[in-house]
Design a protein around this ligand. Sequence first.
Ligand SMILES: C[S@@+](CC[C@H](N)C(=O)[O-])C[C@H]1O[C@@H](n2cnc3c(N)ncnc32)[C@H](O)[C@@H]1O
Length: 248
Amino acid sequence: MANYTVIGGFHAVLAALEDGEDKPFEIWLSDTRQDERARKVTALAKQLEVPVYTRGRSDLDLRAPELRHQGVLAMLPERKFQGEDALEVPATPERMLLVLDGVQDPHNLGACLRTAEAAGVDAVIIPRDRSATLTAVTRKSAAGSAERVPVIAVTNLARTLERLKELGYWLTGLAGESTESIYDVDFTGPVVLVMGAEGEGMRRLTKEACDRLVRIPMQGKAESLNVSVASAVCLYEAVRQRSHKRKK
Ligand SMILES: C[S@@+](CC[C@H](N)C(=O)[O-])C[C@H]1O[C@@H](n2cnc3c(N)ncnc32)[C@H](O)[C@@H]1O
């Protein structure tokens, strides 16, 4: 098979079997794993007619040297991004999108996807040419969420943000230098939360496209939070406000 990926870790492999768009075509289990989770993978794979091969742990290390694979690997077609047309749906009040303007570290991207799923985000948007992608490390860090959260890669992020505004979203950018706190703004209705990259933050055009910029209040001397932590704080403030509004 030409374009395939090797993913590892029990959450990621189980999610690929249970929820993945494309099923694995082969699974490697370390001969050191005979526990409940290994049995679960084997049973599910059998149900889906995916072959499972028992291999020495060093074979798995060689196959995926960069991964902490926990003794399980799955070979599967590369995860495809969704097309931009997936954004062309009505901006109903429940819709919530997360934009990551060029997150480079696959661990951070994976952690953001994990939080995005947990917070009920409808899709994560990334710029096609300047972002970490859905690598094995991303998928491992996402603990299965990378198989379930739609990820849309766009060619021109500033243009996409303008389109989202036309569709009726309110765009909130997270920027440490803003004077407005996330706890003083309204996150109900159709929202897009926009996060910057690890080093440089948001690009100028991205920032200018936002309707407002907000900050997460911080004490002490640290200049900023990790992008996945900042995403989690802000997404959950939005979740809190939105559930509070529903209860009224
Ligand atoms: C590691 S920070 C980047 C710091 C970068 N020097 C900057 O100026 O944005 C990555 C992203 O997380 C978000 N972030 C981190 N800490 C934040 C805070 N206290 N308030 C708002 N956003 C924050 C921002 O979106 C930021 O671009």
